[in-house]
Design a protein. Sequence first.
Length: 365
Amino acid sequence: MKRILLLFLAVAAVFSCAQKESDDKFVLSKGVNIAHWLSQSEARGEFREQYFTEDDVRQIAQWGFDHVRIPIDEEQMFLEDGTKDEEAFRLLHKALELCGKYNLRAIVDLHILRSHHFNAAYKPLFTEKAAQEAFFECWRKLSAELKDYSTSMVAYELMNEPVADDHEDWNKLVKEAYSVIRENEKDRVIVIGSNMWQSYSTAQYLALPEGDPNIILSFHYYEPMILTHYQASWTEYKDYGGEVNYPGQTVTEEQIGSRPAVEQAAFGRWTSEKYDKERFVRDFTMAVEVAERYGIPVYCGEYGCLSDEVNDQQRYAWLADINDVFDEMGIARTVWCYREGEDGFGVLSGLTGPVDEQMLEALLK
């Protein structure tokens, strides 16, 4: 009996040490994006105040998520003259404090700049010195504002989905912005994604600082886009009205052949694509190998599938499979998103629900 007790105490001590080590580090598993709040939204005042509250933070934690990613836009956080928007920062601070209360880690993601939107044709960030200095100044101010939060609970994401004509243009900005944060925060975890919408396939071109364990390599994943963004109004897929399959051949020759000629010309390429768990593994491995080379974690900061009446069963199968692969490969991830905005990706519809229980099951099983 005594030996059993000693063994139990030894195991408990090891578990306690492992738990403490985890608690002392910024470690992620499953999370949600808090989209359309301090980013990609024109809402201000009471609506913005009620969009993300303590009830939401408590609910996210109770469901079993361990972190949130909070996209913020330059124009929401800073006025044109560079001064802080006091209301926006009050809301951000309140959210970070609530995350700490409910033991949720948080990534503060600089999502959209005045000089860079991932879907805009003109992006002066990569060509104009003033725009670049404004980007660095954003991080000087954000770092000064947020530096007192525990490095085990709050991380920064340098910028969402950079889209530069040349990969080196983004690499140069990464080097400088990283240095700005490191001036006063040596141990803060910094999440960095590759050029061209943070694609897994461009991770190989990303130049990261060497020898810094407090970096996380991030990629986003929405493949196949014709399924995950089915008839999304802001994409080319708004014009496709046919069937989409998952798993397997994304669109069959028979399916595309039944569509109007204009759709056949635009979307016929999808007949050569096949998506399933094996494809996810192959794609993710491209980012994993880069992270291993730098000795840092890899993380999927966005993934999701648009809800629609045509493809909901394929959507749930896609979500279940991709989460299985994340688990098998040890990849932390943050689904897009918590509350459904105009895009239809959310776990929660509107301010009060309902909850997409089938989606939640796929995310947390």
